[in-house]
Design a binder for this molecule. Structure first.
Ligand code: FAD
Length: 599
């Protein structure tokens, strides 16, 4: 039986009432998606997640991937589930309809991504990487490359990968050694080793399209000398029907990593031995092209964090209503039973509410970011496009790090609610802890996201990116500051907003004197900005909920639930901004004073 029920009501609340997506009918892609169609699409994706993907999650963890003679076999049920996913058109949900995609706005793809990650994080990595490859080829491919690869990737006949990491370089991609030498016909010959490549080899698709970062001899040193290549497992003929020559390319999986979690997702060592590749985009501009894929992937990973967190909450809250231990402090809740369900205990409720406050706030913020991606690309007004693009640039590292940290924390809290029954394997919650851990590492560690925020995004265009978040928060506070009904929300939001402004000034001022001041507090600053952005989403959700209750909504229970969880967030999570401010303004000294030899 499925451990997961998609939070469809909450998705529709965020899309319709918080973001008002129906107001964007003038933006390409939105016009055709009315509320009814959106509800149908979300309902269908929910069925797939609950009935097809969630049931294979635990089995996938137990069986893992099998590797023999360069061949990877995925666990039982994976091939059937992948077929159902592909045939439902979910891989190309937001891809260009000219190549077989559904052309749905990104914001809906984010909804679908969360459901699939909740159902099975390991399974979701396969279609997730294909979507990233589609996006990179859509943005940087030649018309011929688009014709050759996109229809097959979108249909799920071919898989996709992202090959960056090498044994000696993960974060510092300027150190890449894989070589790409040009051949007489204009194609390239690639030689080198890549490690940790997700979906590098598997049995779900008939071909795999590797996107590979490599260096053309004579290129500049560092990241400015890296190019991006398409390296198919089987070489494609390139005709418009997408048929391929069955010629095996010289790229093979030489082993599969044994790892802590995500066991059903194949993590491969890939050997390129004069493999044929084709340049994607311009030479030496590979990092720029790869960033298209990485930015999309970072948002995807942020959503994986929410997906795991939602799953953990659902498992833990069900268990907490059933497991009976001890008595409620103010008298028995179930006097006819020998003990009360553990949900009566304040400490259990603290854990459940923390998880739920993360999930619902993060969902709203992730979908707001997804909407801004659509607006940044397709809104007819240039100013709106630029503002949306600023917002996405700012929030990509914030939500990647913040939501994956929260996802892991939630999975851990969920396990704690199960006590010893969470630590043993049967209940399935310990798998979530192991699976969630990787989200804080791949696509750039949380620490690297923080440096991106403080080192690049804050100073960009004299703070312009930051204004795309600060302006709406400031306006909300100005407009609602006097509303007594909203004081539990606006007051804490205003206080934490003042703190993050103080922290920003501190970092800008002191970071100019010594970059280590900014770097030492970067992770704390990212967390703080994430919490303030979540507080803003909670305040907006509270305003809508209060108004619905006043109007006598039939769904009063839903809106009252929002207010309860929102109040918990404001009272019990947001105050962390105060200690974060103290940490940030202690500067580099407490972190850097001790000499490296003393560790
Ligand atoms: C299961 C799994 C799947 C993966 N999938 C893929 C994939 O599909 N494709 C792919 O190319 N890669 C993939 N990776 C690799 C992943 O992206 C890297 O592991 C990650 O980017 C970190 O690189 P690293 O492991 O080399 O760590 P390092 O770069 O060695 O970093 C080690 C630590 O030092 C910190 N650090 C490094 N540099 C700095 C700095 N300048 N300032 C501050 N801190 C720093 C890091 O934050 C980290 O905490 C995968 C990895 C795993 C485990």
């Amino acid at each position: 039986m499925s451990h997961y029920q998609a939070p469809v009501r909450d998705f529709l609340f965020v899309l319709d009432e918080v973001l008002g997506v129906s107001a964007y009918g003038n933006v390409e892609g939105f016009g055709d998606v009315g509320t009814d169609l959106a509800t149908t699409i979300i309902g269908e994706a929910a069925k797939l997640a609950e009935d097809v993907i969630a049931p294979i999650n635990q089995m996938g963890d137990q069986q893992g991937c099998h590797f023999e003679n360069g061949v990877v076999t995925t666990p039982s049920g994976y091939r059937e589930a992948f077929r159902a996913y592909a045939e439902g058109g979910w891989i190309g949900v937001s891809a260009d309809p000219d190549h077989g995609g559904q052309g749905l706005p990104h914001v809906y793809a984010s909804v679908i991504g969360e459901m699939m990650a909740s159902a099975s994080l390991a399974f979701e990595t396969y279609p997730g990487l294909i979507s990233g490859a589609i996006e990179a080829i859509e943005r940087h491919g030649t018309p011929e490359q688009k014709e050759t690869y996109l229809p097959q990737l979108i249909a799920g006949k071919w898989g996709g990968t992202m090959n960056l990491t090498e044994p000696h370089c993960g974060t510092d991609l300027g150190l890449i050694k894989t070589r790409a030498e040009v051949k007489d016909d204009g194609s390239y010959s690639l030689t080198g080793t890549k490690i940790f490549i997700t979906a590098g080899e598997h049995d779900l698709t008939e071909n795999i399209i590797h996107l590979v970062l490599a260096r053309i001899p004579g290129s500049p040193e560092g990241v400015r000398g890296i190019s991006l290549f398409i390296v198919p497992k089987f070489l494609a003929s390139g005709d418009s029907e997408g048929s391929m020559e069955v010629t095996r390319n010289n790229v093979v999986c030489s082993s599969v990593e044994r790892k802590m979690g995500l066991k059903a997702s194949s993590t491969c060592v890939m050997s390129f031995d004069s493999a044929t590749g084709y340049l994607l985009g311009e030479s030496n501009k590979g990092m720029r092209a790869m960033f298209t894929m990485m930015n999309a992937a970072r948002l995807g990973v942020a959503i994986q964090g929410i997906g795991v967190s939602e799953s953990a909450y659902q498992m833990a809250s069900t268990y907490a209503r059933e497991r009976c231990q001890g008595r409620a402090l103010n008298g028995p809740a179930k006097p006819n039973q020998v003990a009360d369900p553990i949900i009566v205990h304040p400490d259990v409720r603290r854990m459940l509410l923390t998880m739920r406050a993360y999930n619902e706030g993060a969902r709203a913020l992730a979908l707001w970011t997804g909407l801004q991606i659509d607006l940044s690309r397709k809104h007819p007004d240039q100013g709106t496009r630029r503002n949306a693009s600023d917002f996405v640039a700012l929030m990509t590292p914030v939500i990647k790090a913040c939501f994956t940290d929260m996802g892991f924390e939630s999975a851990n809290l969920g396990l704690q609610c199960f006590g010893g029954h969470g630590y043993v394997s049967d209940t399935g919650i310990e798998q979530l802890v192991r699976d969630a851990r990787i989200t804080q590492i791949y696509e750039g560690t949380s620490g690297i996201q923080a440096l991106d925020l403080v080192g690049r995004k804050l100073p960009a265009h004299a703070g312009r990116y930051l204004r795309s978040l600060f302006h709406p928060i400031d306006s909300f506070i100005q407009e609602n500051g006097e509303d007594p009904e909203l004081k539990d929300f606006v007051l804490p939001l205003a206080k934490s907003f003042a703190r993050v402004q103080q922290a920003t000034s501190w970092i800008v001022e002191h970071g100019m004197q010594n970059p280590e001041h900014g770097a030492a507090g970067a992770s704390d600053y990212l967390r703080m900005l994430g919490l303030v952005a979540l507080a803003y989403m909670w305040a907006r959700m509270a305003k809508i909920s209060l108004s619905q209750i006043q109007k006598g909504s039939e769904d009063r229970q839903f809106y009252e639930g929002k207010l309860d969880v929102g109040r918990f967030f404001m009272a019990r999570i947001l105050p962390d901004t105060s200690s974060l401010l103290s940490k940030i303004s202690s500067g580099a000294d407490p972190v850097m004073r001790m000499p490296s030899e003393a560790f």
